[in-house]
Design a protein around this ligand. Structure first.
Ligand code: GTR
Length: 408
């Protein structure tokens, strides 16, 4: 761009076009990531052409009613091939307040710890919810449910949870955090020793190809948190979000897909098996994720290693399951393992579905670094920095929620 044009735009107060350039992975980040993970592709020019399954299917989907049927088919494909079949509520579900204080976050929040007790065929499972509600609230509180990456039995509040609460509370949002490890230990040899065992009565032996696994178990916990909210008149049931980071983001997407009590679904750098397109050979791959983390998915998923083109779904179809609800996908500049462009494109390819509700389309041009794009009820950003759930991310999610939930 000529200096003169830049100058004129500058005088007009228009941000320089350079700052608006579509995001691309920085060459030094590509080089460093390739050096660290040489068996994987981080070179955009080496991405092979791929063909995505049509989210609308072979039958014609023209109306919201047609979509309802198609949506059911897609959900079933995900259950059979990817995340497995989650049970719903257990036979008995009860809640016990373990502790409550109005002094959390320097007196700005009430923190209630709730035990969620499930009973199935006489077996019991217990996990905890940490619920932060703003003391300043005058009305029912909109709540973000965070699937936090935490072990069972931790005595201290995980740092990520306090960090999240300190962002949310001043803006009038509540936080409900669950620890994934309490629902299914994040370990291939022990993942069945949580809610899977509650329902199956055993943590050993063979499993069906479509048996649910750790990601689904974590998401199941988020839905049980919502069951608890139904007992608490302080919670705004029409304004509930589910969010997770990375593996927690994959679980949040699956929770959001299955439970439409979440009116906002947020994926923070969920990558492979989350928001990122599986067929794009960039970053983490299906063979790799099902080898390193075989316990995350239904057993059948691993059989698609090396034949991704035969998968009946790709992740734009998972994201489409949220329509017409609010959906936000976010990536980070240095997190090439998660494939930022693959996450963005996945969101872009939900447009035909959102269009059934007259939602605006999203251009397939990546937004610039640190410049969120919002198209109606869908949002995306790629943030500066590494793989994490950062304050910047929380702030963008709240900005988006303010609008999606029309709070201003
Ligand atoms: C990585 C895994 C990713 C992502 C990440 C995380 O090791 O390959 O899919 O889930 O862990 O959860 O931080």
């Amino acid at each position: 761009m000529s200096i003169r044009i830049t100058l004129v735009l500058g005088l007009l107060g228009i941000t320089s076009l350079a700052a608006q350039e579509a995001w691309q992975a920085k060459p030094d980040v590509v080089a460093a990531t390739t050096k660290r993970l040489p068996q994987f592709n981080f070179d955009e020019s080496a991405v092979k052409p791929y063909q995505l399954p049509d989210v609308m299917g072979t039958g014609r989907v023209r109306s919201q009613a047609d979509w309802k049927r198609r949506r059911g088919e897609i959900l079933e494909l995900y259950r059979a091939n990817v995340y497995g079949r989650s049970p719903g509520k257990p036979q008995k579900l009860r809640f016990e307040t373990v502790a409550e204080t109005r002094d959390a976050l320097d007196g700005h929040a009430t923190l209630r710890r709730v035990a969620i007790l499930s009973n199935q065929d006489g077996r019991e499972h217990r996990f905890e919810l940490a619920l932060f509600l703003p003391n300043a609230a005058k009305d029912r509180v909109p709540v973000f449910v965070l699937i936090n990456l935490g072990r069972a039995g931790a005595t201290e509040m995980p740092r990520g949870v306090t960090a999240a609460a300190s962002e949310l509370i001043p803006r009038g949002y509540g936080l409900a955090a669950i620890q994934n490890g309490e629902l299914a230990p994040d370990d291939k040899d022990h993942f069945r020793e949580g809610v899977l065992q509650l329902f199956e009565g055993t943590a050993t032996g063979d499993r069906a190809p479509d048996a649910w696994a750790a990601l689904a178990a974590w998401g199941w916990g988020a839905s049980r948190a919502v069951d608890y909210f139904e007992t608490d008149p302080m919670i705004d049931m029409s304004r509930l979000a589910v969010i997770g980071h990375s593996r927690g983001g994959k679980a949040a997407l699956w929770a959001g897909a299955q439970d439409d009590r979440f009116s906002l679904v947020i994926s923070n750098e969920s990558g492979e098996g989350g928001a990122a397109l599986t067929r794009r050979n960039y970053g983490e791959t299906l063979p790799r994720i099902t080898t390193s983390f075989p316990h995350w998915f239904a057993p059948r998923y691993a059989t698609f290693a090396g034949r991704e083109a035969e998968l009946p779904v790709d992740q734009h179809m998972l994201l489409s399951l949220m329509a017409p609800r609010a959906l936000y996908v976010a990536s980070a500049d240095e997190d090439l393992w998660s494939d930022p462009r693959g996450e963005f494109l996945s969101l872009v390819h939900t447009s035909p579905v959102y269009a059934l509700w007259k939602e605006p389309a999203l251009s397939d041009r990546m937004p610039a670094l640190g410049q969120p794009v919002v198209a109606g009820r869908r949002g995306y950003h790629v943030r500066t920095g590494a793989h994490a759930l950062a304050p910047y991310d929380w702030q963008r999610y709240m900005d988006f929620a303010d609008v999606a939930w029309r709070r201003k």
